[in-house]
Design a protein around this ligand. Sequence first.
Ligand code: BTN
Length: 261
Amino acid sequence: MSDINFNLEEFNLQLDTHFIGTNIYFLDHVESTNSYLMSRNEDFENGTVVIAETQTKGRGRLDRTWLSDPKVNLTFSIALTKKDLFTSPAMINFAASLAVANALQNLFQLPVELKWPNDVLVKGKKISGILMESISAGSEITRMVVGFGINVNQSNFPGKYLILPTSVKNEYRGPISRERILSEVLNLFEQYLGFLKFDKKMLLQSWKEKCRMIGEKVKIESGDTQRFGVFVDVDVDGFLLFREGAQTSKITFGDVSLRGQ
Ligand code: BTN
């Protein structure tokens, strides 16, 4: 296993991208890497990455908290500022979760699954989550921030979780390098963003192949509301197509779980 200190040089040697990660901020601690990139009035270069060893106010989807022990996991965000990437925000989300899933599969042969909209699971436990946010001027998006939390070397997760967490360390017996995981995720993310321009369908298809809930009976929870039906499909806009009785509707947010769980 690598030294506990993140080795930027080792990471850089394995980074094989054209724009993601050419500009990197490595912070010892910050409230949240997403908040950092969302709140600053700077012209961040497209693909700027902010990595933090400690987040004091890590945030998750739906106003939840993201908890991560200092220095053992990966918590980072990427700023996207090139407009041609903004035509399909949902696909950016899918590209991000697919990049994490495939990185963990390639490096550690983990049996990864994707859970709508963008969780990465291993044997039903959550190993990674993505938080995507955007800044707009009028109706135009000017910056997207994609935040990644990946549990790498943390073995215990005290506290209450909606889905039980796990980590690479808990699922893989062998050497684990945070540097290698980060470079692989960034390499794949950039590659998948490239598909957005000419092969959106293939990206969506690859995402769907790893989402085992499609076709299953599920429960969708949002706030105090629970709905029961069938997870029919995911469309190109990232909506979950949900059938209740004879009616199919589009779901934009919420927590989906297999019925009975
Ligand atoms: C979720 O599953 O709810 C999304 C979790 C996203 C966590 C990451 S950690 C890096 C980035 N900064 C944050 O505050 N959140 C994201």
